[in-house]
Design a binder for this molecule. Structure first.
Ligand code: OOB
Length: 549
């Protein structure tokens, strides 16, 4: 058994919500003493034999998931993990995902949520930025061998994390050995964590070259979980299908896995997002709710196989992560026979929902309104002045579950937040009657590829690493199916590489494949603005006029 002493640095203190606000949030009952450390244990007392998680033929009751999580926590403690330690989790949608994250919470350790699509470069960045002691993967997922990736991560790190593998561990530590050690679960003898301490680090969609980690506290996140479960009317009969990657904020907590477990319902993991897989599970498991990004809603509505399955159990279909067009939104009720709920949220905090009993027009034309009466919404012009009611502007927000700063990023925080603590979302919105928000566009330098966020600067930096590339500018291009796709304008010198070679170059730098530019346009110069900056607006306009492969 690997009992090496783990070197660790402590969690860097995160910018906190000031105490006058914190006091208000406690007084209003938003922030409670509840933490994720005891969340599952408490639910297991109430819902003991009800089924909490389904994954294929595996069906785990609340009691079983809680016991397994406790055992995993004890096994982690045996291997030297301590409260506050960071554990990077990169798992597909499998039952063990829930066991792993609640095992980490039980120990008072801090999960860092990576997506299955992330590769060497991103994983190295997360392990480094979080100073992680451990890294949990599955052996193979979606045909990809994560042990190969883990080998690269270990090789590149000054302080290699302990790698724990679900499935065949090869040279790493087997999850089963950790979770089913002879260690009694009472061995998790750790102090209770404070409700206002950091529970986990979530990933930001990002606008810069380096990824940002989002520190969410037990109190703030659990408030958003309870609020989401209430708004979405979750109860013990709710059966949610998890189609999007479980670690993303939307399927995790809006109301997602955590909201449904809060309410005593059942979480059903989908092994892949294809309509045929999903329809079969919906029919078999009598699924009541599902969360999708807009391209998947379109794929589901257009799939002929939907007529071959009984989807009548489905009550609510949530669409979020990217703008859902009102034309497509109007088709949901008639074509899929359920209520649409639009969800406009962000891992940094604020989440908006259309309510289930809203008039159809509100449901199809708006992106909802905030969870909390204390979510503060400001819409401002380029100078930071509030626009007149109903006008379009930049969305700023502050509230009981929105962060006041990223993890260990003081410089970035100085511009990402206003001096009085509002988060600059980078979204262009207008607020209509009843406080409903309509997303009109985006000011941040990010491409929203069907819900997957691509920071332009990150991709530009990778392109610039190519010896023939002199300059690069990545912009969005409208796409019928994805909403947007990425297009890289590139200036080269010397021998010009082929487009395919350049894409391959980016991919081989170890990036998630959704960040590889969809198309590349070679140019001799970039259009510039009056002050001499690259005009991305002009590049986007140029794309509207030309056909790009
Ligand atoms: C969700 O979270 P993130 O952190 O991946 O991305 C947040 C950004 C928002 O700032 C906005 O630009 C965009 O994604 N977005 C939407 C949207 N939902 C998110 N843009 C237009 N319409 C929508 N409905 O994407 C996320 C987190 C929690 C719940 C749902 C989505």
């Amino acid at each position: 058994m690997n009992r090496k002493v783990i070197e660790r640095a402590s969690l860097v203190p995160s910018p906190r919500i000031p105490s006058d606000f914190a006091d208000r949030y406690v007084a209003a009952g938003y922030w409670t003493e509840e933490t994720f450390q005891h969340f599952l244990g408490r639910r297991a007392e109430t819902f003991s034999d009800s089924i909490a998680v389904v994954d294929g033929d595996t069906r785990l009751s609340y009691r079983e998931v809680s016991d397994r999580a406790d055992r995993f926590a004890a096994g982690l403690a045996e291997r030297g993990l301590r409260p506050g330690d960071r554990v990077v989790v990169q798992l597909p949608n499998i039952a063990e995902y829930v066991v792993v994250i609640f095992g980490i919470f039980r120990l008072g350790a801090v999960p860092v949520f990576a997506l299955p699509a992330h590769r060497r470069t991103e994983m190295n960045q997360f392990v480094d930025a979080a100073d992680a002691c451990a890294y949990v993967i599955a052996d193979i997922g979606g045909g990809f061998d994560y042990r190969t990736l883990a080998r690269e991560v270990v090789a590149a790190s000054d302080r290699p994390p302990l790698v724990i593998v679900i499935g065949d561990p090869e040279e790493f530590v087997a999850f089963d050995d950790v979770a089913f050690d002879d260690v009694a679960s009472e061995a998790v003898d750790v102090p209770d964590v404070a409700a206002d301490s950091v529970a986990f680090l979530q990933l930001s969609g990002g606008t810069t070259g380096a990824p940002k980690l989002i520190p969410r506290t037990h109190a703030d996140y659990l408030y958003s979980v309870r609020g989401s479960a209430d708004i979405c009317e979750c109860d013990k009969n709710t059966r949610i299908l998890v189609v999007l990657p479980a670690a993303h904020n939307f399927p995790m907590s809006s109301p997602g896995i955590l909201g449904v477990l809060h309410a005593g319902g059942t979480v059903v993991m989908a092994p892949d997002p294809t309509p045929s897989t999903a329809f079969e599970i919906i029919e078999r498991e009598r699924i009541t709710m599902v969360s999708l990004v807009p391209p998947l809603v379109l794929a589901w509505m257009n799939a002929p196989s939907r007529h071959a399955h009984d989807l009548s159990s489905l009550q609510v279909l949530q669409a979020g992560g990217a703008k859902f067009s009102s034309e497509a939104a109007r088709r949901v009720r008639t074509e899929l026979g359920c209520t649409l709920q639009q969800v406009f949220g962000m891992a940094e905090g604020l989440v908006n929902y259309t309510r289930l009993d809203d008039p159809e027009d509100v449901i199809v034309t708006t992106q909802g309104r905030p969870i909390s009466p204390d979510d503060e919404i400001r819409v401002v012009d380029d100078n930071g002045d509030e626009v007149s009611p109903g006008s379009t502007g930049h969305l700023l927000t502050r509230g009981p579950y929105t962060i006041r700063g990223y993890y260990n990023a003081p410089e970035h925080n100085a511009t990402a937040f206003t001096p009085d603590g509002f988060y600059r979302t980078g979204d262009i919105v207008r607020v209509v009657e009843g406080g409903y928000i309509i997303v009109e566009g985006r000011a941040k330098d990010q491409i929203n590829r069907g819900g997957e966020k691509v920071a332009a600067e990150e991709v530009e930096n990778h392109l610039l690493a190519h010896e023939s590339v002199v300059d690069a500018a990545v912009v969005s291009q409208p796409d019928q199916y994805m909403g947007e796709r990425t297009c890289a304008f590139v200036i080269t010198h010397g021998t010009r590489p082929s487009k395919i070679a350049l894409k391959k170059f980016v991919r081989e730098r170890g990036l998630a494949s959704y960040k590889v530019p969809d198309s590349i346009v070679f140019v001799d110069e970039f259009p510039v603005t009056g002050v001499g900056k690259i005009s991305k607006n002009a590049l986007r306009r140029a794309l509207e006029k030309t056909l790009v492969d």
